[in-house]
Design a protein around this ligand. Structure first.
Ligand code: BG6
Length: 475
């Protein structure tokens, strides 16, 4: 069994991590523009300034890798690798700088028109994330973001503006990046809760309002163009019980349900699962969910399911007290002695991807796409300018083998967009030195460097993989 003929090979980025030009052509500031640079230990704890002070601090999103100005060069390189699809996000604040304006910013709309035309020139299908950690800061400051139901309307207007404008240029959409971040303490900021302390009820109310915003966008999008494919996007952290002790297994099930299943169930099945309702009751989380909301969730289910997959983790009954914790993408657990870790402590688990694809598909049976996967690593530029990132090739190779195995298992996997196909700013730490790309960008953690692009060894390798539709993985 091999990859289907029309398999969507490509790569993924997000506006706030690569565009830069943070205050150009009418763009407003997003929550990401308030994140200072961090370091390897920052994780989700990067300094977030309510008032931006560029005199004093460096904010990596303000310049990114300058793809706002260099997108043509970048897209030409993606085309050279043979990309069939390019996942990018639209910066909400280029379209509605504050988020609550009456009418959109034409310069922002035109920018993405030009970008989609450039992709079209090479026959690359855009896959657009409508909101990728880029909420207009103003919506957080003034309304507490999605805690206020008016923000649902602002999002709906933003999404509808995009659907109307790009209805003939974009077919694949994702409503929110890693929506399940909203089930976590750290995820509050993403949904615009940063003015004060918030209760768990408020956290879940904001998440509920995000679900409604997503459902409304799906309904509106399908009306505008019935051919649209509108999906959800989750950070999938596969969890194994640390041991076969029933207590560890049970705890794993509970943590997994809340982190991995809750959001997917709402977005794919159109209703809260029983375990979520029980969790709300037991923890006195009282949400304002109207009958109309329930109908919207049912009517606004997604067409396909996408997720990020970098790592897996282990869960133990005494998770909170454990000392053998591991790092991770949003979510760390207990270390797995059978797995190696990246330099950032993320546990590398290719077989886990096959397991994950089967786990998700058996639950939902809708088409799946892996829209983020990759190895954040230090790269060394040799004296002759080459970058020999064999470790990255090895990572991808092993994950592609397991995707192929999952397809063989019967999973309907339609695409693969490795994360940070061009080096960009890390979302977690704000570093440049945590590199994911096939394309190297000359830029360091302090914002120095020529921004020049160059091809890594993995660039040539991935080109061959795409050319052979995943058959030729040799180095
Ligand atoms: C995902 C995000 O959580 O992981 C991306 O959707 C992010 O925005 C990626 O960049 C990798 O995480 P990091 O912290 O290494 O950038």
């Amino acid at each position: 069994m091999s990859f289907p003929k029309n398999f969507l090979w490509g790569g993924a980025t997000a506006a706030n991590q690569c565009e830069g030009a943070w205050n150009v052509a009418g763009k407003g500031d997003s929550i990401s523009d308030h994140n200072r640079a961090g370091d390897r230990t920052s994780g989700t704890h990067r300094a977030f300034d309510l008032v931006i002070d560029t005199e004093k601090y460096y904010y990596p999103s303000h310049t990114g890798i300058d793809s706002y100005h260099r997108y043509k060069e970048d897209i030409a390189l993606f085309a050279e690798m043979g990309f069939k699809v390019y996942r990018l996000s639209i910066a909400w604040t280029r379209i509605f700088p504050n988020g609550d304006e009456e009418s959109p910013n034409e310069a922002g709309l035109q920018y993405y028109d030009d970008l989609f035309d450039e992709l079209n020139k090479y026959g690359i299908e855009p896959l657009v994330t409508i909101s990728h950690f880029e909420l207009p800061f103003h919506l957080g400051k003034k309304y507490d973001g999605f805690l206020d139901k008016r923000t649902i309307g602002f999002y709906e207007k933003y999404a509808t503006t995009l659907f109307e404008r790009y209805k003939d240029k974009v077919k694949y959409w994702l409503t929110f990046n890693e929506i399940n971040f909203g089930t976590m303490e750290h995820g509050k900021k993403i949904n615009g809760l940063f003015n004060r302390e918030y209760t768990e009820t408020e956290q879940y109310q904001a998440l509920h309002n995000v679900f409604i915003a997503s459902a409304k966008a799906v309904i509106a999008g399908h009306k505008i163009n019935p051919d649209f494919k509108i999906g959800c996007m989750l950070a999938y952290i596969t969890m194994y019980p640390k041991t076969c002790r029933p207590e560890d297994v049970l705890k794993t099930q509970q943590v997994n349900e809340k982190f991995n299943f809750l959001c997917g169930d709402v977005q794919v099945k159109g209703a809260y699962p029983y375990f979520a309702k029980r969790y709300f009751e037991k923890n006195n989380i009282q949400l304002d969910i109207t009958a109309e909301d329930k109908a919207l969730l049912k009517a606004g289910t997604v067409d396909y399911y996408t997720f990020s997959y970098y790592m897996t983790t282990c869960i133990a009954d005494d998770l909170d007290k454990r000392e053998d914790k591991t790092g991770g993408n949003l979510f760390g657990g207990v270390a797995n002695e059978y797995l190696e870790t990246s330099d950032w402590g993320w546990q590398i688990d290719p077989v886990g991807l096959r397991y994950t694809l089967n786990q998700i598909y058996s639950r939902y049976e809708v088409p799946l796409m892996v829209v983020e996967n990759g190895l954040g690593a230090f790269d060394q530029v040799e004296a002759d300018g080459t970058i020999n990132d064999d470790y990255r090739i090895d990572y991808f190779k092993r994950h592609i083998v397991e995707m192929n195995n999952a397809i063989d298992d019967g999973v309907d996997l339609i695409g693969y967009t490795p994360w940070g196909c061009i080096d960009l700013i890390s979302a977690g730490t704000g570093e440049m030195s945590k590199r994911y790309g096939f394309i190297y960008v000359d830029r360091d953690d302090e914002g120095n460097g020529s921004l020049e692009r160059s091809r890594k060894k993995s660039f040539y390798w991935y080109k061959k993989v795409i050319e052979s539709n995943g058959e030729d993985l040799s180095v």
